[in-house]
Design a protein around this ligand. Structure first.
Ligand code: CAA
Length: 402
C-alpha cells in the first residue's frame, strides 16, 4: 500500500525525501487486525474446540462477525458493505482462522460466492443480492465442483436449459461449503454442451427455489463447524434474469473468481499456522525434560525457527498476492495459485511440527494442535488441489505471464 511522507533513513539513498512505497501494511490494516484479533479472542476462539466437537455451525461467531462488519468485509460501500480491500479481507480471514478455522469460512465463502457477481454480474443483480450479504441477512455459497468433476471443473454435467425466459437446472454440485446455511448459491452449469468451457454459464440459485435441495452433511477430518454438502437441482426453474453475465462466460468467471479467492485460503492457512506456532512456542518454553525447558535444546529451536520462517514467507506471499488481487494485475493468476499453494503446504508442515513439539500431548484433544493439523489439511485441497495450483502456475510461467 502506498504511503507518503516518511522520513527515509535508507542507507542506499533510495528512500529519502518524499513519496515512496513503504513496504508495510497501512495504519488502517494494522488497526483492522487489532480489532479483529480482539473480537476473535473474546468471542470466537473460546468456542472453537466446542464447535469442532459438536460440528454445529458457529452461529455465535457469525453473529459477532456480523455485528462488527467482518462477516463480508469485501462488499463495496455502494452495496451497503464495508468496502474492505483484498488485503483487509485476508487480514480478517487470517485472524479469524487463528482462533477458529471453521468460522473463518464465513468471510471467506461470502467472498467466494459473491465474487462472480462482482466480476461479471449486472448492476441490477449486484443491487439485488449484495446488500443482503453486507447486512448479514444472507450468506452466499459457490457451486462449481461435481462428484465426477473436481479438478477437471470444465467436465461438469449439471445442465441449464432455456425454457422461454427461464432456465431449468438439473444435476448436482459437490463439496459446497456452508451449503444449507447460505441463502444464495452461485452455480455453474452447462448451457451449450458442444462448446466445452465456453458452453458453461453462471447463475444465482436461491435456497428456497423449487427443485433445489441440499444433501446430508459430509463427515470430515476437520473444519467441522463449516457444513459441506451436495446441492441438488431437480427441474429447478429460475428466472432468466438470474444469469451472471452472458451465456458461455460462466467458466471464465469461475476461474477469475478463484484467482482472487485462492489468496483468502492462503490467508486462512496462515492464520491456522500462526495459532500452531503460538502454542508450540509457549509449550516449548514451559515443558521441562532433562532438567530444562525443551526450548533450550537446539533441535527444538531449529524446528521452531523453521516453522516461523515458513509462516512469515507464506504471510508475505499472501499479502503481495492480495495487493495484486486489488489491482487486478496481469500476473494475478500466478500469484493467486502460488499464495494458496505455498501457504497451505507451509500450514500443513507447521501444524504437523507443532504436534511433534508437544509430543504425546500434541496428539491428544487436551491441546488444540491436533485440531489445527486436521483443519490445515483442507487448505491443500479446496479451491483447487495444490497439484492444480502447480498446473496453473506452470501454464502461466510457460506462457510468459509471470
Ligand atoms: N481467468 C479467466 N478465464 C480463465 C482463467 C482465468 N484464470 N483460466 C481459464 N479461463 C478460461 C479461458 O477462457 C480458457 O479459454 P482459453 O484458453 O481459450 O483462453 C477457458 O477458461 C478454459 O481454460 P483451460 O483450458 O485452462 O481449462 P482446463 O479445462 O484445462 O482447466 C484447470 C484448467 C486449471 C485445471 C481448472 O479446471 C481448475 O482450476 N480446476 C480446479 C477447480 C477448482 O479450483 N475447484 C475448486 C472449487 S471451489 C471449492 O473448493 C468449494 C468451496 O466451497 C471452498
Amino acid at each position: 500500500m502506498a504511503r507518503a511522507g516518511g522520513s527515509g533513513t535508507g542507507a542506499s539513498g533510495l528512500a529519502g525525501n518524499g513519496d515512496f512505497d513503504l513496504y508495510s501494511p497501512a495504519p488502517e490494516h494494522v488497526e483492522l487486525r487489532a480489532a479483529v484479533r480482539g473480537l476473535v479472542e473474546d468471542k470466537i476462539a473460546p468456542m472453537a474446540a466446542e464447535v469442532d466437537q459438536s460440528g454445529e455451525f458457529p452461529q455465535a461467531a457469525y453473529d459477532a462477525l456480523r455485528l462488527s462488519g467482518f462477516h463480508a468485509i469485501h462488499i463495496p460501500t455502494e452495496y451497503g458493505g464495508e468496502g474492505g480491500d483484498a488485503l483487509a479481507a485476508c487480514i480478517v480471514i487470517e485472524e479469524v482462522a487463528r482462533g477458529c478455522a471453521s468460522s473463518s469460512l464465513i468471510p471467506a465463502v461470502n467472498k467466494l460466492g459473491t465474487m462472480p457477481l462482482l466480476i461479471a454480474g449486472s448492476q441490477e443483480l449486484k443491487q439485488r443480492y449484495l446488500p443482503e450479504v453486507a447486512s448479514g441477512e444472507a450468506m452466499f455459497s459457490y457451486g462449481l465442483s461435481e462428484r465426477e468433476a473436481g479438478s477437471d471443473a470444465a467436465g461438469m454435467k449439471t445442465r441449464a436449459i432455456a425454457d422461454g425466459d427461464d432456465w431449468v437446472l438439473n444435476g448436482q454440485k459437490s463439496w459446497i461449503t456452508n451449503a444449507g446455511e447460505s441463502s444464495y448459491y452461485t452455480v455453474m452449469a452447462v448451457t451449450d454442451p458442444d462448446k466445452g468451457p465456453k458452453g458453461i454459464s453462471a447463475f444465482v440459485v436461491h435456497a428456497h427455489d423449487e427443485g433445489f435441495s441440499v444433501g446430508t452433511k459430509e463427515r470430515k477430518l476437520g473444519i467441522h463447524g463449516s457444513p459441506t454438502r451436495e446441492i441438488i437441482f431437480d427441474n429447478c426453474h429460475i428466472p432468466g434474469d438470474r444469469i451472471i453475465g452472458e451465456p458461455g462466460t460462466g467458466f471464465a468467471t469461475a476461474m477469475a473468481t478463484l484467482d482472487h479467492t485462492r489468496i483468502t485460503i492462503g490467508a486462512q492457512a496462515v492464520g491456522i499456522a500462526q495459532a500452531a506456532l503460538d502454542v508450540a512456542t509457549s509449550y516449548a518454553r514451559q515443558r521441562e525434560q532433562f532438567g530444562k525447558p525443551i526450548a533450550a535444546f537446539q533441535g527444538l529451536q531449529f524446528m521452531l525457527a523453521d516453522m516461523a520462517m515458513k509462516l512469515e514467507a507464506a504471510r508475505q506471499l499472501v499479502y503481495v498476492a492480495a495487493a495484486k488481487s486489488e489491482r487486478c494485475d496481469p500476473d494475478l493468476t500466478f500469484f493467486g495459485a502460488a499464495a494458496k499453494c505455498f501457504a497451505s503446504d507451509a500450514a500443513m508442515e507447521i501444524t504437523t511440527d507443532a504436534v511433534q513439539v508437544l509430543g504425546g500431548a500434541g496428539y491428544t484433544e487436551d491441546w488444540p494442535v491436533e485440531r489445527y493439523m486436521r483443519d490445515a489439511k483442507i487448505t491443500q485441497i479446496y479451491e483447487g488441489t495444490n497439484q492444480v495450483q502447480r498446473i496453473v502456475m506452470a501454464r502461466q510461467l510457460l506462457a510468459g505471464l509471470t
